[in-house]
Design a protein around this ligand. Sequence first.
Ligand SMILES: Nc1ncnc2c1ncn2[C@@H]1O[C@H](COP(=O)(O)OP(=O)(O)OP(=O)(O)O)[C@@H](O)[C@H]1O
Length: 244
Amino acid sequence: MASGPALSIDISAKRFAGASQPLLADLELAIASSSVVALVGPSGVGKSTLLRVIAGIDTAFSGDVLIAGVAAHQASTPGFVFQDPRLLPWLTAAHNIMAVDPAISAEVAQAALARVGLADAGALYPHQLSGGMQRRVALARAFSVNARLLLLDEPFVSLDRTLVDEIQQLFLQLVAQTRPTVIFVSHLIDDAARLADRAVLFDGRPAQIVADIALPIPPAQRDDATLTDYRAQLDAAGRQPYSV
Ligand SMILES: Nc1ncnc2c1ncn2[C@@H]1O[C@H](COP(=O)(O)OP(=O)(O)OP(=O)(O)O)[C@@H](O)[C@H]1O
């Protein structure tokens, strides 16, 4: 049984070719197993880049990123949800889920769709699904691989408020059912206040951690007063106002 944090980040520098200074420098973060961590920061600070480094997709940095003690690019593939659903247009919803891992059977894909309220949509192609349904398929796909680490890059952007609420409730249900370690990126403190156990705020170039805030009340038990308090804490800790 692995001990220590689920994820340990120690990046001394991440610099893109031609950039005058690193995007990330001296960044250290340890993330506990089964926690839900929001990485919050303004546009362009480097959140997506950090997520790609954690995913092992981007290996051009100096330092160490260890997933359960194993270098990120050698660790088992994490589940990933991108800003847009990225469904393959030539595959049905069920086959989009099965395509990420040969171990996922038709039955498992069907069960994953049922968990996000799409039991009848398995045979439909992406163009036959609404934007909200496509997001739900993308969530079902990420959770169906049973990855112990899930990375989500702005999974709630470009959705209207009703759909955000719906998809966030689904997200919380899936997390409660499967208890993975989750890191999600957002530029909105509201997402962190609603969904995360811990919010890490980034700002500056190179990006620095400007605040690391525990949000101990479980998301399902947060009432309006708690959300107002959490938003205020996060707003006060950020260097600049974040939109809510
Ligand atoms: N492949 C790349 N080559 C060069 N520069 C890059 C590359 N990818 C990202 N950048 C630069 O790094 C910076 C951070 O980008 P990144 O996408 O990580 O930020 P972000 O915080 O996720 O922003 P957003 O919230 O707008 O998605 C930007 O200035 C971007 O132009």
